[in-house]
Design a protein around this ligand. Structure first.
Ligand code: AMP
Length: 354
């Protein structure tokens, strides 16, 4: 999707992916190798004006080595911090950004104290390797602590209070090479089995103050890291408060609606940022709903029969739980959006609309 946004701007791409089936291969030269293969990294980056990444799991050490010879944006520190939940929390704390109560657990001796300070129910999350609810264990009371620790493979973790959120939100923000920043409207996200099912943007009923608070959170992180590119901040709404759950140093699934629903998409603005071009407006041009196709793609005929429906098929082999495409519908009013979502929920093989 980055390349689809960049090719019309005259940008050319090369890709590194461990899979020979990577669909990006249709849009530029594809090098198939592990993401930390030094020779492959050098080859794919040779002569490039800028190198970027769109997965937070890219081994940070290789990216840091590459950054000694090439311009890599966002800078590797963004990967290093977001690959470690504890460092991510410490960054938020340092910036005065609210998160759920948490305590670091480095060894079994820390469990009891962490339980006392955080309380129950809580969630033990491995510092590394977790996303979409992976590497996490629910802790109902003190007796669960030891079990959760073993379940996570005795990995250094954080114990985090379970937040009684009213809904999950995210804000996508971008910072250019010149330090200018912009944020898209906050998005409401609904998950199915820990996987993003659908997004509504702008988030229905959001107060102006909440949008401002989310923008302040995102912008302070961008500025602190001297970040260049798109950053996603996942949030919990608790009453009218916002708590940060997680950061993603990349274009984000909850920002896919920006392709049709915003003046400039997250993909285009990421490229404009890292290349050093002026950022485009992040204003919404419609009300949008994005629905993920998980495990199977519905028939194009049935989706495209719905007015204002836009189908994106990733060309990935379908597997249970795998995101293989998404559909965005745009509308001028909440009523119209509701009708479109009802139509979408009737499409065979389409996932449930929100
Ligand atoms: P994560 O991998 O940390 O984004 O967590 C995946 C999902 O688990 C989130 O989208 C939430 O639905 C839920 N979750 C994670 N942390 C908490 C928490 N502290 N309190 C309540 N729900 C949580």
């Amino acid at each position: 999707m980055l390349a689809l946004a960049g090719i019309p701007l005259g940008i050319r791409f090369r890709f590194l992916d461990p899979s020979p089936d990577a669909t990006a291969g249709a849009l530029g030269e594809l090098t198939v190798a592990p993401l930390d293969d030094p020779a492959a990294l050098r080859a794919v980056a040779a002569g490039a004006d800028v190198v970027t990444y769109e997965w937070e799991g890219v081994p940070a050490a290789g990216v840091r080595r590459l950054a000694e010879r090439r311009t890599v944006l966002p800078a590797p520190v963004a990967l290093e911090i977001t690959q470690d939940r504890l460092r991510e929390r410490e960054l938020c704390e340092q910036l005065g950004i609210p998160t759920a109560e948490y305590a670091a657990v480095a060894e079994p001796a820390d469990l009891e104290g962490a339980g006392r300070s955080v309380g129950f129910p809580s969630i033990l999350k491995a510092r590394r390797g977790g996303y979409d609810g992976k590497a996490q264990a629910v802790v109902r009371d003190a007796r669960d602590l030891e079990l959760a620790w073993v379940e996570l493979g005795r990995a250094p973790s954080i114990l985090e209070a379970r937040v009684p959120f009213t809904r999950e939100l995210s804000i996508i923000a971008v910072r250019g090479r010149d330090g200018s920043t912009a944020c898209w409207p906050v998005t409401e996200n609904r998950h199915v089995d820990g996987i993003l099912g659908s997004s509504l943007a702008p988030a229905p009923g959001l107060e102006v103050e909440q949008q401002q608070a989310a923008e302040e959170i995102a912008t302070s992180i961008l500025d602190e890291l001297g970040y260049v590119g798109v950053l996603a901040v996942e949030l919990f709404e608790v009453g009218d408060r916002l708590l940060v759950n997680e950061l993603a140093p990349r274009v984000h699934n909850s920002g896919h609606w920006t392709i049709e629903g915003a003046e400039t998409s997250q993909f285009e603005n990421h490229l404009r940022a890292i290349v050093g071009w002026p950022l485009g407006s992040t204003a919404a041009v419609a009300l949008s709903a994005m629905v993920n196709c998980i495990g199977a793609v519905p028939s194009a005929e049935s989706v495209l029969a719905i007015p204002n429906a836009h189908l994106h098929v990733y060309g990935k082999a379908p597997r249970p739980g795998r995101k293989v495409g998404h559909i965005t519908v745009t509308a001028a009013s909440e009523e119209e959006l509701r009708d479109l979502l009802v139509a979408l929920s009737g499409v065979e093989g389409a996932p449930g609309a929100p």
